[in-house]
Design a protein around this ligand. Structure first.
Ligand code: UT7
Length: 314
């Protein structure tokens, strides 16, 4: 949807990430299961991933870094919104642990839209700014390693742990969000799932096929509703599930692949942490600058999908 004119908008004023110290390479995995570095790199683009910690620990660290960069104290934040599909437990929400850990006095809630979670959370955060919130901490954090069967090569080679956070502040002007869309199709829940006490299961081939289609449709819609064309997108920040999915989506959207930020080689698939990890990379390497048009787009279990177009800096 296009963001209506006159709505109180927001801008990202700080960002930060946290990843576990432990690096697990493809060669490490090939000692344990029937796979190889060559296969994983060719079929996914992943070279290594980080494993360890808990979702709340990673979220707290990333959140503190984002606050530091924004020059904000925890008591200036109205709410913590945590996108995660790997909460520390079922109850309480992990966001409450994060809120307490960081020392935010405001509210806290989890968003579970699988790998689309960060874009869902960011969209909801803009809604809260529109109704009066001043500052929000939006985090995507995951420990997929905890729900992975490390003998199942169909999933184990893909996943990693990590977190990324942004501070979102209200502005008087229109803010940075130009358009957004959220989608879901629960009839596809069997393609990617984890039951209570179980491990992550994925029909990789089918998820791949559907992912390319929904990402392209969702991104095209968000770009058009922002009043832009694919040629106007300066930086694309896609969910990092498979380099081949990113390439296929770029090709079909008509966005040159060089415009897509890729961190999957270093972190693997970190579900709702993958977009903020890539966003941080784009910002710290100077690829994303104020005034640029940036497309965030993701898909995941549910299935869910979500895209947002922002003019960086508002
Ligand atoms: O976050 C969102 C959710 N996840 C995704 O978006 C994942 C989407 N799917 C994928 O990324 C890919 O489907 C995978 C990476 C999971 C699998 O890649 P693929 O190209 O679809 O491989 P495949 O399942 O068609 O398998 C091709 C071959 C098979 O051998 P044969 O039958 O051709 O002899 C597999 O047995 O590769 C074999 N294979 C492997 N070999 C080494 C499958 N997995 C592995 C492996 N290591 N880990």
């Amino acid at each position: 949807m296009p963001v209506p004119k006159g709505v109180r908008g927001g801008v990202v004023t700080g960002w930060g990430i946290a990843v576990p110290d432990k690096v697990v390479t493809n060669d490490d995995l090939s000692l344990r299961m029937d796979t190889s570095d060559a296969w994983i790199v060719e079929r996914t683009g992943i070279r290594e991933r980080r494993i360890g910690g808990t979702t709340s620990e990673l979220a707290i660290e990333a959140g503190r870094r984002a606050l530091e960069r924004a020059g904000r104290r925890p008591d200036e934040i109205d709410a913590v919104i945590l996108a995660t599909t790997t909460p520390d437990g079922i109850v309480p929400g992990t966001s409450a642990t994060v809120q307490h850990g960081i020392g935010v006095p405001g509210g806290a809630f989890d968003v579970n839209a699988a790998c689309s979670g960060f874009v869902y959370a960011l969209s909801v955060a803009h809604g809260l700014l529109a109704i009066g919130a001043e500052r929000l901490l939006v985090i995507g954090a995951e420990t997929l390693s905890r729900i992975t069967d490390w003998d199942d090569r169909s999933v184990a080679i893909l996943v990693g742990d990590g977190a990324g956070a942004v501070v979102l502040e209200a502005t008087d002007g229109p803010g940075q969000l130009l358009s957004w869309n959220l989608g879901a199709d629960g009839s596809l829940k069997h393609l990617l799932k984890c039951d209570h006490g179980g491990y992550l299961y994925m029909d990789g081939k089918e998820v791949f096929r559907k992912a390319v289609r929904v990402v392209v449709e969702s991104a095209e819609q968000a770009i058009a509703e922002a009043g832009l064309t694919p040629a106007d997108i300066d930086v694309m920040i896609p969910h990092q599930a498979n380099l081949r999915i990113i390439s296929a989506a770029c090709q079909r959207l008509g966005i040159p692949e060089e415009k897509a930020v890729v961190v999957i080689d270093r972190y693997g698939n970190t579900s709702s942490a993958s977009i903020p990890l890539a966003l941080d990379d784009a910002l710290t390497t100077g690829r994303l600058e104020p005034g640029m048009n940036v497309l965030l787009t993701g898909f995941g279990g549910g299935m869910t999908w979500a895209s947002a177009v922002l003019r960086w800096g508002g």
